[in-house]
Design a protein around this ligand. Sequence first.
Ligand SMILES: CC(C)(COP(=O)(O)OP(=O)(O)OC[C@H]1O[C@@H](n2cnc3c(N)ncnc32)[C@H](O)[C@@H]1OP(=O)(O)O)[C@@H](O)C(=O)NCCC(=O)NCCS
Length: 211
Amino acid sequence: MTKRNDDAQLPQNQGGHREDRTGFEIDATTRPLDTRMHIRQAISSDASAIARVHVDSWRTTYEGIVPESYLASLSYEERATRWKLTLENPEGFFVFVAEVSKEIVGFVSGGRDRSNDQEYTGELRAIYILDPYRRKGIGKQLVSAVVRKLQEQGHSSMLVWVLAQNPHRRFYEEKLGGEFLRSKPIEIGGAKYEEFAYGWKDLGALLLRLR
Ligand SMILES: CC(C)(COP(=O)(O)OP(=O)(O)OC[C@H]1O[C@@H](n2cnc3c(N)ncnc32)[C@H](O)[C@@H]1OP(=O)(O)O)[C@@H](O)C(=O)NCCC(=O)NCCS
């Protein structure tokens, strides 16, 4: 049984396409997000903001699903310490953040698949967006950032593990067209759950789907 442990500056939007530090284009102009959004690779000083998004997103996403006591026990400080450590020692692992009006409202992390899957070598490890910023296309753009980075690292496939009870699981199924691969048991706060793995054999095709 696994215990859950999920651990990327554009000029201001003047309309049209923009390019971030890693060289890919982000177009937030056609979405109903009227504020300026950009995606950049995270740096260690982002740890506290990422931790806040992480904890707040866990609470809104898993309320009524994972034990209340577990959600209450999540600590911004403890998460921030872990994120700082992770960001300072990335070892092939990378994180991108989405900023709206200079505030981090979401993040995504990825890297080499931790289970050493032979067929799906890249992994989207975690993606969390604050509740008020969901369903505005940010998730799609964060996934694109991970996919491009994985491609840069030589991966052509990836998988993601999602809690079976996650109310946003359809993002992977419907929006991203992930293929169900397998399930595994997981323990969160002393309770037993199941996680589903979804996979993409062709990251190039996924990028086209995300356009
Ligand atoms: C899952 C998540 C990352 C998706 O990001 P997002 O910015 O909301 O998604 P996008 O706006 O890019 O894409 C939205 C599309 O994905 C699908 N989708 C996303 N969330 C969905 C949901 N809860 N139910 C059904 N479809 C969903 C729909 O096709 C939707 O299109 P629509 O808004 O036009 O109907 C975001 O909702 C989130 O952070 N959720 C909470 C944390 C979480 O569950 N993370 C995954 C843990 S592994």
